[in-house]
Design a protein around this ligand. Sequence first.
Ligand SMILES: [Zn+2]
Length: 320
Amino acid sequence: MEVSDTHILPIKMSTTFAKGNVNAFILPGSPVTLVDAGTHLPGSIQQLREGMAEVGFTFQDVEQIVVTHMHTDHYGGVSAILQETDAVVYVHRQAMGMLEHGKEGFERDEEFMRRFIEECGAAELLKRQRKFYPLHWKEVRYLEEGDVLTAGGREWKVLYTPGHSQSDICLWDVDSGDTIVGDFLLQEISSNAFITPPDKREERRPRPLMQMRESFRHVYELPLSTIYPGHGDPFTDFRALIDQRLQEQEDRCDKIVLLLAQGPRTVYELTRELFPWLQENGMFLGLSEVQGHLDLLLERSRVQVERRDSVAWYQAVQER
Ligand SMILES: [Zn+2]
């Protein structure tokens, strides 16, 4: 089969996450490029293998892999592919900590997360013990905002769009407007802004919701056309989607202020009031979401925070 250079070939794989399927994309043409790789689970690797075979490619054909962000449903399959090819892996520079700092860095990050959960007033959730899995990717090259990457016979401009994670990038084909966005813009669900530990050089954690809003501003005026997301089908009207997400954030901010007008609350208490359906294993997403909005409300001086012992209590600032 003769495959046109201009194609972006989607491959869907299942995950165990609430988001359901995750997409990878084959960019045929030189160099043959795989964008994202699903989870590490054998079933997912098999789906990737079969999906690629359907469009005429094997793992051995892959010359380079681009990871849109360092979440396991996007990079988990990379190691399995690298057993069959010497493909170069491209990822944003922010992933360097995770790829190169090893167990020590992992433990420092885990300690930060434990303190964050405690600060949320959610110490009862601190049962989880995550295990460290080192990633042995042979050749990694780091990308930054403005870099140009040749992939699948086209030139793609790298846009750095942190918020959902610290390593989110989009690949923008300036000529056609086609843009592969990872989880930065999703139609079916609003993309969570995950609380993450500070970078090694920093003292304070990033404020992910604020970063996401900045990333929205960064792309808003760009002439992007078809958007290829990490979950769900391609779509076009990305500005309407951004407008909708920004409005949802305003509504959520107002809800939080209303709750805080009734008295001081912890992040955990707010999370359970706003998302009563969340089970324990999804609670971290809720805590992240609420903390992100509180960061924004603090910035706008609509709330204030007071720390008692290791717990942060938020209250509404009385309007004069
Ligand atoms: Zn994802």
